[in-house]
Design a protein around this ligand. Sequence first.
Ligand SMILES: Nc1nc2c(c(=O)[nH]1)N[C@H]1C(S)=C(S)[C@@H](COP(=O)(O)OP(=O)(O)OC[C@H]3O[C@@H](n4cnc5c(=O)[nH]c(N)nc54)[C@H](O)[C@@H]3O)O[C@H]1N2
Ligand SMILES: Nc1nc2c(c(=O)[nH]1)N[C@H]1C(S)=C(S)[C@@H](COP(=O)(O)OP(=O)(O)OC[C@H]3O[C@@H](n4cnc5c(=O)[nH]c(N)nc54)[C@H](O)[C@@H]3O)O[C@H]1N2
Ligand SMILES: [Mo]
Length: 784
Amino acid sequence: MSDDVDARGGTAFGLMPDEPRQGGYGPRTTAAWSRKPYRHPAAGWGAAKSVGQVLLREREPIAGSGAMLIMNHGVSGYDCPGCAWPDDPGNLRLDICENGIKHVTWEMTHKRVDRQFFASHTVAELSSWTDFDLEDQGRLTEPMSYDAASDRYVPISWDDAFALIGEELQGLASPDEASFYTSGRLSNEATFLYQLMVREYGTNNLPDCSNMCHEASGRALKASLATGKGTADLRDWDECDALFVLGVNAASNAPRMLTALSDAVRRGAQVVHVNPLVEVGATRTIVPHDFVDMALFKSTATSTMNLQVRLGGDLALIRGMAKVVFEAAEADPTVLDTAFLRAYTNGLEDYRALVEATPWAELVRQSGLSEERIRESAAVYLGSERTVISWCLGVSQHEHGVDTVREIVNLLLLRGNIGRPGTGPSPVRGHSNVQGNRTCGIDHRPPAWTDRLAEVCRIDPPRHPGLDTVKTIRGMHDGTVKVFVGMGGNFVLAAPDTAYTAEALSRCRLTVQVSTKLNRSHLVHGEKALILPCLGRTERDQQQAGPQGVTVEDAMSMVHLSVGRKRPASAYLRSEPAIIAGIAKATLPASQTPWDDYIADYDRIRDVMAQVLPGFEGFNDLIRNRHGFRIPQPARERVFETESGQAEFSHAPLPDVIPASAETLVLQTMRSHDQWNTTIYSSNDRYRGVKNLRELIFLHEEDMRSRGIAEGDLVDIRSTSKDGSTRVVRSFRAVPYDLPQGCAAGYMPELNVLIGHADFSAQSDQPLMKSIQVTVTRSAARAA
Ligand SMILES: Nc1nc2c(c(=O)[nH]1)N[C@H]1C(S)=C(S)[C@@H](COP(=O)(O)OP(=O)(O)OC[C@H]3O[C@@H](n4cnc5c(=O)[nH]c(N)nc54)[C@H](O)[C@@H]3O)O[C@H]1N2
Ligand SMILES: Nc1nc2c(c(=O)[nH]1)N[C@H]1C(S)=C(S)[C@@H](COP(=O)(O)OP(=O)(O)OC[C@H]3O[C@@H](n4cnc5c(=O)[nH]c(N)nc54)[C@H](O)[C@@H]3O)O[C@H]1N2
Ligand SMILES: [Mo]
């Protein structure tokens, strides 16, 4: 390929201005940046102070804190939109955390983006603002339509907006020329209506954020256990003797998990963290809701062992542990759960042969851990009667994410660690309802219940697979996808290869974004473009039959009601179900689906869901239980509905995760403590000790020395894609960090520009967000 794609060339789309900026897509800052190791426990008073600052900024000190009291509370409160970590069952304690509070407050701000705002700024002008400034303008208040003549968004009525969408969708040569994205916070009811509308229209083009998140986990668990989800729940976390946590930054991204981790350590369980970085949640915490501990500055350990694996080295570690298990079984066959293995699994002997044939030297090289360390972690596994293994993006966003999750299942199977108390695989999901989205039909493959959908809803859903996220970007780029609808999210910044994705979106005939706040995806738009503002989860959803509640499913398959009570940010907002129904009626004039009845009373949507979705029988009654209900899951009962009827061992080759050239480093992109995906609250990353800096790359000291790079030097980061093309970002700060040599880390979404559109996993189709091959050199034009 020819020249580098210069990522800062993204200015054409308003992505990143040319001058070096410390704050990246976050707030502009010229304050001195700093990095000091963080030496305090996670959560506690630091978190409390940070919460206070956010409440003040949003001018919400009273309403905000009042709203916290009903968050995650039984049938009368709303579900925290922060993450998918489950609520504490059977316990009424206030289960809230710093980042959940920040997230909710962000939605409840008093600031507004109204028609005057849009009248005073052209899109070109807004494009030069930072992403922080865009979102910081507050809540969207009415539907807006792009006017090319004035380069401004102008007000449009809901009816006209729906008519425009209907006209464009009806005008396409095929329904497959439109794609309908979902970000993982859409409620189950809205999800069901959305997929119904899209499939009635005639396509399975239903990409979602899960295509960038836990797609690998879903595919692996399906292949091994015939379930797309984890089987462990919070009670199992409470009852296990050993807990392995791979590739999760708990203190920032699932803070309520800290409670489970510290409870486990307190009662004597072993808690092993596997992560190239020793994150603060893997050391000590002050339990988020434990205000007494907070007052006494009393912290609890959250780990008993930390393994600093190299990027992508988890499979080698797990296989090494399995090797030790097989070795131990030679001396003592009861080490393996032979009865379970015989009755419930398939492929054990081939797995044993594969593991025994893998030399220690390779396992050590690929994992970056010594044989001794691997044996120590295997000893923890062997010493435990009940084991839970959990993971997040550190495992899933790699080329061999599917193989690694399946290897985790292999290890669990060896000792019967599934389908009994205190055991099981336990992926930590991201968005608060991303798991429910899949359950209720967001999938670019036709769901298993397609026939039921056809019969109950009397539609003729398409049977051919549609486009996922990566293929949607390609389709828009090559012109085969002409209409993009985003049901939440911030597609252009969340997706890989920012400049390419931006180009793709701007080639569309129509882009529609259903959102709560202004973001980059409104500014990188198609020929025609609509912004449709919706109610947030905290807000009252008043329909004909009265105030409505919706349901969500957490990471542990618990479904419960969420009822917003706050006055909506504007009288013109509509609920997501109502917006979907509006689009449907305008697009499908002959539709027999009773869209208006569904919106009048969401119980009617749930009545239909109860007929279509397995496990949802009696849905309306089930959700009126105080803690909702758990979706039945055969694998949890040791019923494995695979083709063989048994849990399947996988037999993956050991992946080579070490770049061919010593010059090449492997870069992972992750979240700072003070951001929610593409929403950036500040340019600080408290637990990693960073202030006023996001345009950075964490490097091993030796990797810095050998490249002549000193702390704080400006560096250029150049990536090489699978297709040979290269991309570069310039003037990022080099910061030394304790991580394995050859590995580097930085922040999403600033570094998404480096992930080529060809760089997705052949196993999961997920973009390779945790293994970008880069070279790092000192910037030619070096600033002070
Ligand atoms: N406050 C807050 N909460 C969130 C989010 C947020 O942005 N902010 N996002 C939500 C979403 S959508 C998701 S999916 C989750 C994401 O939750 P996380 O998975 O915690 O997200 P990341 O910030 O990407 O962090 C990845 C972690 O994996 C480690 N890691 C990277 N590569 C490897 C590897 O090869 N092996 C191992 N073992 N570890 C590795 C990194 O060092 C880091 O600790 O959080 C959800 N919750
Ligand atoms: N490099 C790199 N890239 C990544 C990742 C990574 O680790 N590294 N992680 C990936 C992952 S795991 C994920 S999940 C994706 C996230 O991708 P997305 O889900 O697309 O992005 P978010 O930043 O979560 O979306 C934020 C926007 O959602 C809108 N919003 C907020 N609340 C609501 C609501 O209630 N309704 C509606 N309709 N809109 C709302 C607001 O307008 C806000 O601007 O990013 C992916 N991208
Ligand atoms: Mo995610």
